[in-house]
Ligand binder design. Sequence first.
Ligand code: ZN
Length: 644
Amino acid sequence: MIDSATIAKILETADIVEVIRDFVSLSKKGKDYKGLCPFHEDKNPSMSVSPSRGIYKCFSCGAAGNTVKFVMDHEHLTYPEALKYLAVKYNIEFTEKEETEEDKKLKTARESLEAVVLFATNFFVKNLNNTKEGKAIGLSYLFERSFSENTITKFALGYSPDQSTSFSEAAIHAGYKTEYLINSGLSILGKNNALFDRFAGRVIFPIHSISGKVIGFGGRTLKNDKAKYVNSPESELYHKSDILYGLFFAKKEISKQDKCFLVEGYTDVISMHQSGIQNVAASSGTSLTEGQIKKIKRFTKNITVLYDGDEAGIKASIRGIDLILEQDMNVKVLPMPAGEDPDSYAKSHSSTEFLNYIEQNEQDFVVFKTTLLLKSTKNDPIKRAEVIKDVVSTISIIPDKIMRSVYIKECATLLNIKEDVIYQDIKDRILSKNKLKNPYQQNKEPEKNQPTNQPQPETNLFDISFYELEKELITYLLRFGEKTVKLRLTGKLQETTILDYIHSELKNDDLILKNQIFKELFDLISETYTKNKFIDISEFTNSTNNEISASAINIISNPFTLSKIHNLPENRDFEEDLLPDSVPKTMLVYKIKIVVLLIEQIQKELKNAEAENNFDNVMKHLNTIQLLNNKKSELAKILGRIIL
Ligand code: ZN
């Protein structure tokens, strides 16, 4: 890692306009710049770059961030890689942070594993090409499958001899430690500390990391009496759930074609590559994981899953696809013709023929799933209802609202039910899901009336969600936090900075923001303000926590309009002279809402205590309710004095 002082220097020096201009042509518009967004098919310039804030934002696809984020996303780099890129561009010398003993140990363990795995790769390759057994068994099998010499070399295919100790002995002889032979999974510890080869007698498919290092192996037996494929076990090096076979060889083409084909097996990937279709990777038999999907997402949002097998098999495997939708990806599926798999099809057809077949037969996943499931229901109403539920649950997973509504329309027709029914069901699902998990989801998609069971207080002034109120408070802080204003409070004017006011109001009443992201933002703002006595927006927009930076960028780059509690005429732009009234008003409404919520909760407890004849608790709750009611009228009184 680069040390934090250097990171600060890089962030300070890197000019967002200069950085983006290396990739996109920008023209000046007012104090900002505009250009074609490189993250979606952009016809009109929808990307705006603000040099003063050091951020870019696409008003069409929503891509946004600072210099580092741009380089990461555009060049498909990790955070440290993007920092190094910028350091080189601006001639900033960087020193890598000193490693702790723990770091060093981990690094040596990793390096030792890498060394053993590299030794094994070469051992297997040599055995395939240079030994009698390798040629007779391994190589002839691969030639039989029509793999060319170039292909065999490119994918570093190999062969492990059919004597149970040849590899382990060769490795020990070459000086590799038993510990790493076992940890890498290449050798298995048997009786009397004897080592056995995991892959003995198998054709070897090395598995590459995204940067091209071999990190594990798949081995295929050529006999009938064993498991067809054996894979490396999990290790420091090889995390099955993060790896897609072939992604290293495919990533450039995936990015270029803006599409990834997903297949099941090693040989599917290799045959398609050989035929000239290179944007293809495999989940290697396991069901897809979130980690794998995120890897693909670095290069494209479009996935087509190629299926072979019968309908029953397809039905079983489509479950995993919901996961892809959840990642905001566009998913299509392609059933292969009967009796064919991508491997066989690639061998018997040219790449043009294959691509034509894909283009003509790939179907949108949600539509495909709906049609497939409907087929089996006949006219059974119960089965039909199950299908509807299943499909609606799939649609509800899609994060993008517009995509969702397109699917709702399409599936309503297919299922022959009213769109409204699906809408209502999805709304319920999203509501209950948001309550259970993922505060960020709430952040993106505020649902009204949280919590849902809250009765309406006196006026509709409180018909506003905690989310909206908290967002308004955070907006005041990010935009005007250091500003000193005369706030109208308790009948007199009080001069204070907005930050001091909001900070002390929340602290005095021990209040913690309910939305996790807003809470973290609030803590960060308070912290930097205490430290620096000013609020540096870039500290938040540059945050390495994506949710924090996304939220901060969202708040400062969208136009600010006050919420409806302020009863402003519609479309009235925000003006700073509204602050003396609007800030305390938001705060007071927020507090009253919390008090009302508390009263409601205690009333429930009171009922329970009454039911249990627990007199002590009844008295205790009555007292608390009394206190809360007092607090409420006190707050309401102050609120009444605010003029806005
Ligand atoms: Zn865009």
